[in-house]
Design a protein around this ligand. Structure first.
Ligand code: CTP
Length: 392
């Protein structure tokens, strides 16, 4: 809850600044005390007087020349939480690089309290490699994010980059200010399995493990204890316990050894493996007319069938509509299925983004816009943690 919580609302310069007036009102309605800090650029989009009328307090608009001796540190200490809405690419960049040359960036560097960014910018700016890198860095520093959403942007453009709605920001703040997440044991499977034909060659698939690793890293950052069973060599958060495997059988054995609260099965497990892999490299001159395959165990099914069954999240990478994934979710009995269409640009193997649809145990769907895999990971964990908490 936000009752009695002291919220500094930092407004930076984007057209979405006008929405922060609604946000200020929603925060007050939720019982928070609100102080507004505005950048110079923000005042091109909305007047300080608007916030003064809503909050009953004059916004802080400068590092110098107002009543406060040291506005950035005073606000930084007064706050229980700081929300930056809208957060421009420039503000994110400054904080990621430790630059503190104006009121908002100085405030953000000075505070030790939780900070929630609600980014807003044009799609090209959001997707720029510099912004992507800054977001990664800020996440690793422990900053929180809400949005952006897909929709109408400044100048009539449409795409990802629209600031999260005031209601979503308030909800996210409530979550942040609520009881800390109860630490869970989380198992993640990731990557594509490799099923050997001989010591050199294998049957495999195009999964890189990025999505699963993003989930494992985010869970570890939040203090959950994470076992990641993966075929991928990607770097992981130091707190993640990594079990590297190659084949479906090895993955099954590793999974069998863990009794988690939550199992997030992102791995692309080969459904079949060569029945009798050769111990020697197969010479070309011997020819190979056919390969006999035998089915691999369904690892997810074995987890769902456990007596001490965890909360199970399946992934369905499909080349068609969501209908097949809904069918799969119901048939497999998962608590949540995450569907994506791998033929869509920005939603396939090896990309840094994903566009997913969640399907719950009753077949209800929730489509998310395209966003970085790190963002999918964070939102997915929010959902998992909330579901698990509501069942306890
Ligand atoms: N899965 C698993 N073990 C397998 C196959 C799949 O754990 N042998 C898990 C995947 O990690 C994923 C989910 O089951 O979370 C769905 O995978 P998918 O390959 O889409 O399911 P299949 O039942 O193999 O369906 P398909 O016929 O489309 O391959």
């Amino acid at each position: 809850m936000l009752t009695g919580k002291r919220v500094v609302l930092a407004v930076t310069g984007g057209v979405a600044a006008y929405k922060s007036a609604y946000l200020a009102r929603r925060l007050l309605e939720a019982g928070a005390e609100v102080e507004v800090a505005m950048s110079d650029a923000a005042r091109n989009f909305i007047g300080a007087q608007t916030f003064a009328a809503i909050t009953g307090k004059t916004p802080v608009i400068d590092l110098f020349g107002q009543d406060l001796v040291s506005p950035h540190t005073e606000l930084a200490r007064w706050a229980d939480v700081v929300v930056v809405a809208p957060a421009t690419a420039s503000t994110l960049g400054k904080v990621a690089h430790g630059i503190s040359d104006d009121l908002i960036s100085a405030l953000l560097l000075a505070t030790t309290k939780p900070v929630l960014f609600a980014p807003a910018m044009h799609t090209e700016m959001w997707e720029h490699p510099a912004t992507r890198e800054n977001i990664e860095k800020l996440r690793s520093f422990g900053y929180h994010f809400v949005g952006p959403e897909e929709g109408g942007l400044a100048g009539g453009d449409v795409g990802i980059g629209r600031v999260a709605e005031p209601e979503s920001i308030v909800e996210e703040l409530k979550r942040l200010m609520g009881a800390p997440e109860e630490p869970l044991e989380i198992l993640v499977t990731a990557g594509g399995t490799r099923e050997p034909l001989d010591p050199v060659r294998y049957l495999g698939n195009r999964s890189t493990g990025k999505m699963g690793h993003a989930i494992a890293d985010e869970a570890a950052r939040r203090g959950h204890s994470v076992v990641l069973v993966t075929t991928s060599g990607l770097q992981t958060h130091p707190a993640v316990e990594v079990v590297r495997v190659e084949t479906a059988m090895e993955m099954k054995e590793a999974v069998d050894g863990v009794s988690p609260d939550v199992a997030v099965m992102t791995a692309a497990v080969a459904d079949f493996r060569p029945a009798d892999p050769s111990e020697e490299k197969l010479p070309r001159e011997d020819g190979l007319d056919s390969v006999e395959l035998v089915p691999n165990p369904d690892i997810l099914a074995s987890v769902v069938a456990r007596e001490d069954r965890p909360y199970v999240v399946g992934f369905a990478a499909e080349t068609g509509s969501v209908d097949r994934a809904i069918e799969k979710a119901l048939k497999k009995g998962v608590d949540l299925m995450v569907y994506n269409d791998v033929t869509k640009p920005g939603s396939g193997f090896g990309t840094d983004t994903n566009e997913v649809t969640l399907i719950d145990a009753s077949g209800e769907v929730e489509a998310w816009p395209q966003m970085p895999k790190t963002e999918v990971a964070a939102r997915l964990l929010d959902r998992i943690v909330a579901d698990v908490a509501s069942r306890r």
